[in-house]
Write a protein that binds this ligand. Sequence first.
Ligand SMILES: [Zn+2]
Length: 133
Amino acid sequence: MSLKSSPPECRPNRRDALAALVIAAAALVIALSFYYDNAPAGSASVQVSVSVGGRVEDFSSLSRYAGVHTYSCNGYTLTVSCDGAEVQVVSSTCPGQDCVHTGAVSKAGQSIVCLPARIVIRLTGGAADLTVG
Ligand SMILES: [Zn+2]
């Protein structure tokens, strides 16, 4: 393969068009990054893991988990609500109500535990914690 003399065509118009395209693309990336900065914190990467009686019943992203879920174990029933950004136990038949009092969780690493019902709602994020049996 020999380097043939490539025609030294320096067309300013074409270069300007390319530069404009690059600038437009960069502007789009910046605009998108601003958009995502303003989006609900970390909702895209946080995952919900719900363990009932030691078994994982639900495992999905926070946004896909949105809705109302009920879990029953050990004679108790928990009602869990998720709006796509945070999860909380809205009602429970357990005696202590600790799970209800925990309130809403939205960040990876947070969890809601109901000891009497043996239900654990855990938020995980990224590749940090994927130890799900
Ligand atoms: Zn509870």
